[in-house]
Ligand binder design. Structure first.
Ligand code: HEM
Length: 936
């Protein structure tokens, strides 16, 4: 009983304490609310917190939504500070235009105010100071070109530098934000300090970084808390404290520049804003009312950097991003640029009046981007009336610009990017009074000419793009490319082969696509391909850019080198050496046959149990290349061979995975991203060291009278050469050997693997091959390449494997070696070309069953083998596949040897066997699949 009484009295004291403190808080709160009782209505605030709890998430949207409940003018509390929100065209116009004088003072922005302490042009609420500084700044800026020719020239110079900078990027992807903040910053540099900086100048980069980072912090949640509770947040550690650190760094820099100007000042000859200010300071020295102090100079300069750098670079960056999503609009703007400006001169501001469409697009961008959704805070300069409410002097006011720019009653499509927002019924440009992207902001509006200049810079970016992409000859038409990324986005979305097929339907057999800014001419269809490969063979024989490979080989070797002379020399050497070591001769045949026998033994080892043949087939084809290049085959359980194959597979696998494909498509950006593609070069390095080791071994045992293999022949050539400029050097030896390895190993093993898979699916075809083998070769001797002539069905099956599987749908990229007229287009020297080989061997005019696997595609009515002119699996002409005859011989001998000895069946039902064409070595990497090899 006693203890329960104690408990009761404790509870009562607690309750009383709570009641008293709540009452106290309520009274304090009530007092402040009472004071503001004539303010416009608004959401009920909490003591201390104000309306902060209602402003979670996208608070701009929330603020605008208050309009629905409380009307165009309402009051919210940021902490205990009341702010009048003004929304909608009518009310905002009243604040910014009709009663501009009453709302002219700068509102509070605690994050900046705590640093600037009311000094400087933009962030001061002292009207006298503001008036003096503004009048001076406007005239100084005007003298240094604002709205005059000289500023325009400065911007043109800057734009030309930007164009150059973008040209340097070539294929690389880059962050436009980084690139596009430099020109606006440089323009402010020239106005304030009289000179521009180089784009890699550390001072320029630092200024951009400090401005950008302080904006980032101010708009972060910490910065917002600082805005609402400056009194408390000032003392709490957190990222918001870095705002003043960045501002201080900027200030130190500005002070240094001001000092430099002071030292070299010629009062008769002011060079820039700072000079003019310094002169004015000297003149007003004795005037106690003058605001021309060092502090105001430094802070005004700093604030002009703030107003002019981040704003304009954001507008430029977002403009580009918006355009990327609107290729039709870009096409129209480009058409207007071509028509009005042409390609031989820079744009001028005057051009704008003749470019209504571009002007419309620029307006719509500024509206849509909605850079300052809440405007810049204002404060009343006296007691005034707004929409029927009395607002006392010194009240903070937010003119919510977003509510005007997205006002349904002013713009027909308020929430979408649509140039029609600035067009009349005839599609002509139509001014709109509600277009106030920077408000009628007293300080910032002086920057409007710069904003117009921004538009100009944007036009220049387009112009650069147009120049860079279209100026090269009379290229075939094609899908409109986007600036910088060309057609990459669509290609990545649907993959290259389907994309090219779609484009062929739209543009015909010859068209141009853009990989970034690089135009690539695509040639399709049997006739056009043959014209390119044979009739214009020399012109189309250069090697184009293959990002991953060109870079790895550093242009050495012959298969990927873009150096045409190098290719000619090394290719003709390689062809003749491989021929001497048996290409097309019996010796290669015996070498392949030896491998075939080993393969049969390996198959037998599985004793009828199921296994995945891909690994063994890879060992067989790798061994054949090993025999040719360094004169030796390996046992199938040799660790070195196994490791080599693992590395080769992994390389192909990684190249065919999404990040590998992207590395070939957008190498510039992938270079900087983490991912599996990073391992590609490491694996290739392992293979290089393997080849290097073999070369050293050959060097030690070289017999000049008896070259044993490709490496020996190359080494002898290096020894014999007298010409210092010859291509016969170690780098070319290593890279050429490696390229033969890569080209010859995976290609044949995948073809055979998929070939066997197809036979599992089509047992009747296997039966016919068995029948032909039994009839022509029998079971007692090994097959020979000569048998091929008597085995039309098997020959047709092998051709059909290669045709149907579509292993290499495009030639390796080609590059024009000379300016060439082709089908009415002028394709300039150095243009990259993709020959879409697959379009020939999948052409219904040449093959009765183009989309299905059917050996009849290569048989005439009498069952004889029929070669087709559209069989371009190995390309054709002088730069065809170097291993074409080897591949045919290898596939024929390994295939017939296996089928002579085994019947292949699948553990799966026929329906479950998945045989989509491979499409490309770098497309679908073979999935593991099992088969039974039953001895016959
Ligand atoms: C199924 C097997 C194969 C197919 C489908 C195939 C296909 C191709 C294709 C389409 C090209 C591009 C030609 C061009 O630039 O337009 C090529 C190039 C090449 N192939 Fe093959 N290939 C196969 C097997 C082999 C083999 C076994 C070797 C081994 C020697 C080899 C060595 C090469 C080389 C060195 C090149 C580059 C030629 C040059 O740039 O001059 N290929 N191959």
């Amino acid at each position: 009983m006693h203890s329960s009484t104690m408990q009761f009295s404790e509870d009562i004291s607690l309750l009383l304490a709570l009641c008293i403190s709540s009452l106290f808080l309520f009274l304090v709160f009530k007092k402040s609310i009472w004071k503001n009782r004539h303010f416009p209505p608004g959401p009920t605030p909490l003591p201390i917190l104000g309306n902060i709890l209602q402003l979670k998430g996208d608070y701009v949207k929330t603020l605008i939504k208050f309009r629905e409940t409380y009307g165009d003018v309402c009051t919210i509390y940021l902490g205990s500070r009341p702010v009048i929100l003004v929304t909608g065209y009518k009310a905002v116009k009243e604040v910014l235009v009709d009663k501009a004088d009453d709302f002219l003072a700068r509102g509070e922005m605690p994050a900046f105010d705590s640093y600037y302490k009311n000094y400087g042009l933009i962030f001061t609420s002292d009207m006298n100071r503001w008036r003096q500084l503004r009048r001076f700044s406007l005239s100084a800026l005007r003298d240094f070109g604002m709205g005059k020719k000289s500023l325009e020239e400065k911007i043109q110079e800057e734009a030309a530098c930007l164009v150059k900078e973008l040209q340097k990027m070539e294929e690389a992807f880059f962050d436009p934000g980084q690139c596009l903040s430099k020109p606006p910053c440089n323009i402010i540099f020239s106005i304030m300090f009289g000179n521009r900086q180089k784009y890699d100048d550390e001072e320029l980069l630092n200024v951009i970084e400090y401005v950008h980072k302080s904006f980032l912090v101010v708009s972060s949640p910490w910065g917002q808390l600082f805005e609402m509770f400056p009194g408390v947040m000032k003392f709490i550690p957190g990222p918001h404290q870095t705002i003043s650190e960045y501002l201080e760094k900027l200030q130190i820099y500005v002070e240094k520049r001001v000092e430099m100007n002071e030292k070299t000042l010629d009062p008769a000859n002011p060079r820039d804003y700072v000079d003019t200010f310094l002169i004015k300071m000297k003149k007003d020295k004795k005037d106690p009312q003058s605001e021309f102090s060092l502090r105001n100079l430094v802070y005004s300069t700093l604030q002009i950097f703030f107003a002019g750098v981040e704003t304009i670079s954001s507008v430029l960056t977002y403009s580009l991003l918006i355009l990327l999503k609107n290729p039709d609009i870009i096409a129209k703007v480009q058409e207007e640029i071509d028509r009005v400006i042409g390609r031989d001169r820079c744009p001028t501001l005057q051009d704008r009046s003749q470019m209504p469409y571009t002007d419309t697009v620029m307006h719509e961008m500024l509206r849509f981007i909605d850079l300052l959704p809440l405007g810049v805070p204002r404060k009343t300069t006296k007691d005034t009336e707004l929409q029927g409410y009395t607002i006392p002097k010194g009240t903070n006011v937010f003119p919510v610009l977003s509510s005007v720019l997205k006002d349904r009653s002013c713009f027909p499509y308020p929430s979408e990017f649509n140039p029609q927002n600035f067009q009349d019924e005839n599609g002509e440009f139509k001014k709109n009074d509600a277009f106030i992207p920077l408000g009628a902001e007293p300080s910032l509006s002086s920057m409007n000419p710069v904003l117009v200049a921004v538009a100009l810079v944007s036009v220049l970016v387009f112009l650069w793009f147009v120049k860079h992409t279209h100026v090269r000859g009379n290229l075939p038409p094609g899908p409109p490319p986007l600036p910088l990324v060309g057609n990459y986005i669509e290609i990545i979305k649907i993959q290259l082969v389907p994309f090219v097929k779609q484009m062929r339907c739209r543009y015909g057999d010859i068209f141009t696509i853009y990989l970034g800014q690089r135009p690539v001419v695509v040639v399709c269809g049997c006739q056009a391909l043959k014209d390119a490969l044979l009739r214009h063979g020399n012109a189309f024989n250069g090697r184009g850019y293959t990002p991953c490979m060109t870079e790895f080989y550093n242009d050495f070797g012959f298969a990927f080198s873009t150096n045409f002379e190098r290719w000619k020399e090394l290719r003709s050497f390689s062809v003749s050496v491989l021929r001497d070591f048996g290409m097309g001769k019996r010796s290669v045949e015996s070498l392949v046959l030896e491998e075939a026998k080993c393969l049969v033994t390996e198959f037998r080892k599985n004793k009828g149990s199921e296994f995945d043949p891909f690994g063994i087939l890879s060992q067989a084809s790798t061994n054949i290349i090993c025999s040719l290049t360094f004169g030796q085959r390996f046992e199938y359980d040799d660790e070195e061979l196994k490791l080599l194959i693992v590395r080769l597979h992994e390389t192909f696998y990684l190249l065919s995975a999404i990040s590998g494909k992207l590395s070939n498509l957008i190498p510039g950006i992938m270079k900087y991203l983490p991912g599996a593609h990073k391992k590609i070069f490491n694996h290739m390095e392992d293979i290089v060291s393997f080849v290097r080791k073999r070369v050293e071994l050959n060097q030690k045992t070289l017999d000049v009278n008896c070259p044993r293999d490709y490496i020996d022949a190359f080494l002898l050539k290096i020894q014999k050469q007298r010409n210092p400029n010859t291509e016969f050097n170690m780098d070319n030896l290593i890279c050429s050997t490696l390229q033969i390895f890569f080209a010859g190993m995976e290609t044949t093993s995948i073809t055979l693997t998929y070939g066997f898979l197809l036979l599992l699916k089509y047992p009747d075809i296997q039966e016919k091959v068995h029948e032909e083998i039994d009839r022509v070769i029998g079971r007692d001797r090994c097959p020979t390449y000569q048998d091929k002539g008597m085995m039309p069905y098997t020959e047709a099956v092998i051709h059909e494997f290669l045709r149907y599987n579509d292993l290499v749908p495009f030639s390796m990229p080609r590059r024009m070696t000379e300016d060439t007229e082709f089908y009415g287009y002028n394709i300039p020297k150095e243009t990259d070309v993709y020959l879409f080989l697959s379009s020939a061997h999948k052409d219904p005019d040449f093959f009765p069953n183009p989309e299905s696997f059917n050996p009849e595609n290569f048989l005439d009515e009498d069952g004889r083998f029929k070669k087709s002119e559209a069989y371009l699996v190995f390309a054709a002409g002088k730069r065809n596949c170097l291993g074409e005859s080897l591949a045919h011989m290898e596939i024929f001998l390994l295939f017939t040897s296996i089928l002579q000895n085994f019947t292949l069946t699948s553990p799966l039902s026929l329906d479950a066997i998945d045989i989509d064409p491979i499409t490309t070595v770098l497309g679908n990497f073979p999935k593991p699949y099992m088969l039974y090899a039953k001895p016959r």
